[in-house]
Write a new protein. Structure first.
Length: 151
């Protein structure tokens, strides 16, 4: 099972960063490749929340996913829903660790490509790791530039 992982430190409050980066409606502002993000359902019960949502990328492809947020641990787990292709599966974990400089945000993506996909696990792993790092750099730039009132 391939696993891509990347971390970055953002000079902001961990709870604020957890809240903003898991606000699906704001993803087109945070991710360069999403032109649409629609929350289909949001249910919060104390410490935990479950979100079902739909994303549309720059190419116009749309898929659904779900995400469970743990507000106490500052952790998000997610899974790509339908359609899964070109993946056989895609599981994600995002963690937010308070550090002296702010928060260390770590993304872990476990996946396997569908056997019918035109690319291999190894090809996607290299692209995904570089892509995650680029996205995190963009997040850092956007989030650190935001005025406190916008957070």
């Amino acid at each position: 099972m391939p696993q891509a992982q990347a971390s970055i430190v953002i000079r902001r409050d961990p709870d604020q960063i957890f809240a903003i980066t898991n606000d699906i409606a704001r993803w087109p502002e945070l991710f360069k490749e999403y032109r649409g993000a629609k929350v289909l359902s949001f249910q919060r019960d104390g410490r935990f929340a479950r979100i079902e949502f739909e994303l549309t990328n720059e190419e116009g492809e749309t898929w659904q996913s779900w995400r469970i947020l743990d507000f106490e641990k500052r952790e998000a787990i997610a899974q790509r829903g339908t359609p899964k292709f070109p993946f056989f599966y895609m599981h994600l974990t995002w963690t937010y660790e308070p550090v002296e400089e702010g928060v260390r945000m770590t993304w872990i993506q476990d996946f396997e490509m569908d056997p019918k996909a035109p690319v291999t696990n190894e090809q996607v792993l290299a692209r995904m790791t570089a892509h995650m790092q680029n996205n995190q750099e963009h997040f850092k730039k956007v989030l650190e530039a935001m005025p406190e009132a916008a957070l």
